[in-house]
Design a protein around this ligand. Structure first.
Ligand code: F6R
Length: 262
């Protein structure tokens, strides 16, 4: 795993955006895996800017989102459908038919999940997956003890995730759905590249356990230690519990120029 420590969330997001943009330049029909939540907002703003000012072209890009709440219709203001259209898709030239987000209203959830996995395969697999991380170490909504072999399926959110996400639901935990559809850890590990973004002190513990702790399903993101191309873009606050922080900075500062942000 490559650990890229930036001074703040903005510069971390810019660096991550350069990686996404480079992929789209090299492979205009790239398949992106996308996340929601607070963390990728600045990344998406920067991608919109690159689209508007530097003609970054999404017309052939396909996307698959990690997750969606069960029971929220696409037009619900806290659905991840709405999030993605409000914060990214409506402001770039992506084609509606190339966007995939789990259907939280699917009547047959197992069948839907199988079809989502198949759609990823049919698209040629995910080239680059964007990840955030929960304070409990979840990626997607793969909560602690999720199987490392899991595929897209229904999951029950932990009480901690419900509490963390209540901020999007007027601070009212009773409004937060308890179930979601999420890509599995196996699905995430199949992506050819994973970039995980984490900003702020409340992610420091999960970041340190992910990077330097044992690989264990109690800390789902720790599986990324086994991924051949995983990068973590973090700010100083999220890096504050790392034992080898100075080493990661040293590695990054001494990279050949051609390798920077690659
Ligand atoms: C969202 C997702 C989650 C979030 C995580 C962090 O699609 O998959 O894993 O990335 O809960 O959320 P924020 O960024 O709001 O702290």
């Amino acid at each position: 795993m490559e650990i890229i420590i930036k001074k703040d969330a903005l510069s971390g997001s810019y660096s991550a955006a350069r990686v996404v943009a480079r992929l789209i330049h090299e492979k205009p029909d790239a398949v992106l895996g996308l996340a929601t939540g607070s963390t990728p907002l600045m990344l998406y703003k920067e991608l919109i800017r690159l689209h508007n000012e530097e003609a970054l072209d999404f017309s052939r890009v396909t996307t698959f989102n990690l997750d969606e709440y069960v029971g929220l219709p696409a037009d619900h203001e806290q659905s991840y459908h709405r999030f993605m259209w409000d914060n990214l898709f409506s402001q770039i030239n992506i084609k509606l038919e190339n966007v995939h987000i789990p259907d939280g209203m699917a009547s047959d959830i197992p069948a839907f999940c199988a079809s989502y996995e198949q759609a990823i395969i049919d698209a040629g697999g995910i080239d680059l997956q964007v990840l955030g991380i929960g304070s409990d170490g979840h990626v997607g909504f793969n909560e602690p003890t999720s199987s490392f072999a899991s595929r897209t399926r229904i999951k029950t959110l932990t009480r901690q995730t419900v509490a963390d996400n209540a901020r999007f639901f007027d601070g009212d935990e009773s409004k937060v759905p308890h179930h979601c559809i999420t890509m599995g850890i196996g699905t995430i590990m199949d992506a050819r590249m994973n970039i995980l973004l984490a900003f702020g002190q409340n992610k420091a513990g999960a970041v340190a356990a992910t990077v330097e702790g044992p690989t264990a399903s109690i800390m789902p993101a720790s599986i990324l230690q086994y991924h051949p191309a995983a990068k973590m873009f973090i700010d100083e606050a999220a890096a504050s519990d790392l034992k080898l922080g100075d080493y990661y900075r040293w590695v990054y500062d001494n990279k050949p120029d051609w390798q920077k942000d690659a």
